[in-house]
Design a protein around this ligand. Structure first.
Ligand code: PEP
Ligand code: MN
Length: 466
């Protein structure tokens, strides 16, 4: 097997088992776990290496500063979100946001959904108090259920996660190939909620510009090219539950380089381990220990990967992580997803940028801003929320710092939903604490609603145009 281990001689899909692990579930029934992982290991891949390599190619462009990466979706995706309306509204929102970003940044946009597999959640505590009783924490639908009677770990949920992930992606592919994202379809840009007249005039002008552009492309027939008719939407999730990830990691032929000739007849195809559960996976803030199980697992897969970077990431860890996870310095292989919080980004990001850009990884990583996870707070009544202004301020400060340092902010990573939820405060609707209870449906972190997400896209686009 040694020649098939991506050049990492001592790596296998299960070598993580020899390393210390955080956030690891202790399944009480090992026979049931074994049965579920056995089932998983026989099921076909959810995504194909051809798609993974296509994404890698696009991410190389992002690293070079020629494209922008938009990644977004739920904090915790539930099996119940595997529904036509929820999937369609998310595709449409990501498309609309990316049109705004294309207009602003004047670059191609690569889209990745936090969807079709975002079912496992790291928790700060294994238990929580509900109605005065200590119960196991909800760890995401792949592990246990939110309702109190479902909090025990159930290994069959691994197979259910596979099924829901496959069904979601199946509908994403079908809806896109049927033209849900056709650019000549009218999009609903309703801006009625925007109260500030100056802001409203600005957004209306931008939408008018986009509509004129789309009409123009239609008139000259430019929207008939297959490239513009459909969008690519890739999938991603946090690679947290390694029992699941291991069993969907398969040794497969590396597709011939896109746009190039098939390998000469008789020449043996090169093989690599692809994690076929999603196109892109990331390592969370709580599981990125250099000597830990998650980093061990991630160093052997050929997919593009993300690493969350925050206030607890020592600068010295960054290069060690990059050298372990991307020893060949492949451009675009690693996305550094920075999430410090609006009040800390100025103190912490510059040193991280200098360490990376002053090394062999200069222009090889993608810098992506996650302005959500450093800005979570609780209201006086204990509701988890985020202020739109903090989210925007971290993003704007991040853009500014990259400009000062001469590096490129290549993307944003957001928690959002196409539904009209009331989970984050502020935005042009002016949601306040009293509004939070109107439609708070997240089972984990608060998400931007459709209007807040679009508004953020407008604000980012505007910063690029300045
Ligand atoms: C998340 O992305 O939902 C998350 C838990 O983030 P982090 O690992 O950065 O805390
Ligand atoms: Mn989250």
């Amino acid at each position: 097997m040694a020649e098939h281990t991506n050049g990492r001689a001592d790596w296998t899909p299960s070598s993580w088992r020899t390393k210390p692990i955080r956030q690891c579930p202790e399944y009480p029934d090992l026979a049931a776990l074994h049965k579920a992982t056995g089932e998983l290991s026989r099921l076909p891949p959810i995504v194909h290496p051809h798609e993974i390599e296509k994404l890698k190619q696009s991410l190389r462009d992002v690293a070079r500063g020629e494209a922008f990466l938009l990644q977004g979706g739920d904090c915790a995706e539930l099996f119940d979100y595997c529904r036509q309306d929820a999937i369609e509204s998310k595709i449409k929102l990501l498309l609309q946001m990316s049109l705004v970003l294309i207009w602003g940044a004047d670059k191609r946009v690569v889209r990745i959904g936090r969807m079709a597999g975002q079912y496992a959640k790291p928790r700060s505590s294994p238990t929580e108090i509900v109605d005065g009783k200590e119960v196991p924490s909800f760890r995401g639908d792949i592990l246990n259920g939110y309702h109190l009677e479902d909090r025990e770990l159930d290994p069959q949920r691994l197979v259910k996660a596979y099924n829901h992930s496959a069904a979601t992606l199946n509908y994403v592919r079908a809806a896109i190939s049927a033209g849900i994202a056709d650019l000549h379809r009218p999009l609903n840009w309703s801006l009625g909620h925007v109260k500030d007249p100056e802001l409203k005039a600005k957004y209306t002008a931008a939408v008018q510009f986009l509509q004129d552009m789309l009409r123009f492309m239609h008139t000259i027939g430019a929207d008939k090219s297959p490239k513009l008719d459909t969008i690519d939407l890739f999938t991603s999730h946090e690679g947290l539950l390694l029992e699941y990830e291991e069993n969907l990691t398969r040794l497969m032929d590396v597709p011939p380089a896109l746009g190039q000739q098939q390998a000469a007849e008789g020449s043996e195809a090169k093989k690599q381990y692809y994690n076929t559960s999603a196109h892109f996976l990331w390592i969370g803030d709580r599981t990125r220990q250099i000597d830990g199980a998650h980093v061990e697992f991630f160093r052997g897969i050929a997919n593009p990967i993300g690493i969350k970077v925050g206030p607890t990431t020592p600068t010295s860890d960054l290069l060690a992580l990059l050298r372990t996870l991307n020893p060949d310095v492949e451009p675009g292989k690693i996305t550094l997803i920075t999430r410090y919080g609006a009040s800390k980004v100025r103190d912490l990001l510059p040193a991280h940028i200098r360490a990376v850009e002053g090394s062999e990884y200069k222009r090889a990583v993608i810098w992506q801003c996650d302005p959500m996870h450093g800005n979570t707070r609780s209201t006086g009544t204990g509701i988890k929320t985020r202020r739109f202004d903090d989210v925007f301020s971290e993003l704007q400060e991040t853009l500014r710092i990259h400009k000062e340092e001469g590096s490129y902010l290549g993307g944003v990573h957001l928690e959002l939903t196409g539904d009209a939820v009331t989970e984050c405060l502020g935005g042009s609707e002016g949601l306040d604490e009293d509004d939070l209870s109107t439609n708070y449906t997240s089972f984990c972190d608060p998400r931007l609603n459709e209007r807040q997400a679009l508004e953020l896209a407008f604000l980012v686009a505007d910063s690029y145009r300045k």
